[in-house]
Ligand binder design. Structure first.
Ligand SMILES: NC(=O)c1ccc[n+]([C@@H]2O[C@H](COP(=O)([O-])OP(=O)(O)OC[C@H]3O[C@@H](n4cnc5c(N)ncnc54)[C@H](O)[C@@H]3O)[C@@H](O)[C@H]2O)c1
Length: 347
């Protein structure tokens, strides 16, 4: 079997993670690196793959089957459409775009060309979430009633040396919340309305350091997400799910989904239910699933290859990227305006 040939556009932090994962998988091959910096050119030389500053040039030269768009957010949609128009499937990093209108343009380009798009919400590829989704969809929780998420962390002072991180847009709502919204949509379905509060009381920057969102799901379930980058706390998926080596692992939970017949915490996949009487006076039983560990970024690329070969449908489509972005922006708007914001699909 020939390896699936993938072009990387943007060899920054996440782009290099993708290069590393391609290198670990004999079914994948790096077709080239499009990256304007000198460091990108040097990296391509070291790896012995074609390089160009422009992704258009490399799309012409390499005949890659897929491209990974790992550039700054504002360029995602234009580059992804360039790929689709040349028949090259695109894995677009999250957030899929800066605005709902741009994300919608990508959805339309995908539908027009019929070339697949996968959006890089990598948590969907974590085996813990694959199992959690089966538990919810198989009805083990009954009807989902609530979902609560904690994402409370302490970002070091040096993190805020970059001026854009002190300005609106650089805080936990637009940087961190999008992962939680996508995971909640993956596990519990569509979100139709949000309310939110934000605060800058700790750091005093123009951007929020803390926010709380209340979500209404299409199913009627309600959810909350509490976020802060000024809290000395272990309760965050990035710490307890141990997806990235850069954070020490914390043996706690960050996500709690409660249903009429059971409840589930994550990432420990602890499932609580009543074996007899369903009553708060009755004893509860705890069942735990221990999944095989697997790297979410590697699984995402293996899935991308399967999408390119027509063996699987995208687990995170362009429409998913759009919906997740829309809800995240709605939380920012709700916090700004103090009003509830509806999240119906545009167009
Ligand atoms: N899924 C994840 O876990 C995850 C993690 C980090 C970042 N991201 C996302 O990935 C994207 C990139 O983030 P990052 O942290 O790697 O940023 P980064 O700044 O480290 O890397 C971006 C790279 O894109 C390059 N670039 C800029 N314009 C380009 C162009 N026209 N053509 C080719 N390359 C160009 C830059 O030179 C830079 O090397 C963002 O959208 C971010 O939100 C996702």
């Amino acid at each position: 079997m020939q390896p699936v040939r993938l072009l990387l556009i943007g060899a920054g932090v996440i782009g290099r993670t993708h290069i590393d994962r391609i290198g670990r998988d004999p079914h994948l091959a790096l077709a080239g690196i499009a990256e304007p910096s000198e460091a990108g050119k040097v990296l391509a030389q070291q790896l012995g793959v074609p390089w160009a500053a422009s992704h258009l040039e490399l799309l012409e030269r390499t005949h890659a089957q897929g491209a990974i768009v790992a550039t700054p957010n504002a360029s995602h949609v234009g580059m992804a459409i360039d790929c689709l128009e040349r028949g090259v499937a695109a894995l677009v990093e999250k957030p899929v775009a800066d605005t709902v209108a741009e994300a919608l343009a990508l959805v339309q380009a995908q539908q027009r060309t019929g070339v697949p798009v996968l959006v890089g919400h990598h948590r969907r590829h974590n085996p813990i979430n694959s199992r959690a989704r089966s538990i919810v969809q198989d009805g083990r929780l009954g009807r989902v009633v609530t979902a609560n998420v904690m994402c409370t962390v302490l970002k070091p002072d040096a993190y805020f040396d970059a001026a854009w991180r002190r300005q609106p847009g650089g805080g936990p709502v637009l940087i961190n919340l999008i992962h939680e919204i996508d995971m909640l949509r993956f596990l519990c379905g569509e979100i139709t309305e949000v309310q939110a509060l934000s605060s800058n009381a700790v750091r005093g920057f123009a951007v929020e350091d803390t926010a709380a969102a209340v979500l209404r799901f299409a199913s009627g379930a309600l959810g909350t997400v509490v976020l802060s980058d000024a809290a000395a706390s272990p309760w965050c998926w990035d710490f307890c799910a141990a997806e990235q080596d850069q954070y020490p692992r914390q043996d706690v939970q960050s996500h709690f989904i409660a249903g009429t017949h059971g409840s589930l915490s994550l990432p420990d996949l602890a499932l609580w239910n009543y074996r007899g009487d369903r009553s708060w006076h009755a004893e509860m039983t705890l069942e735990k699933t221990f999944v095989h560990k697997a790297d979410a970024y590697s699984r995402q690329l293996q899935h991308f290859a399967a999408v390119i070969e027509g063996r699987e449908a995208p687990l995170c489509s362009a429409v998913d990227g759009l919906r997740t972005l829309q809800v995240t922006l709605a939380v920012a708007e709700a916090a700004r305006s103090g009003q509830a914001v509806s999240c119906t699909l545009p167009g």
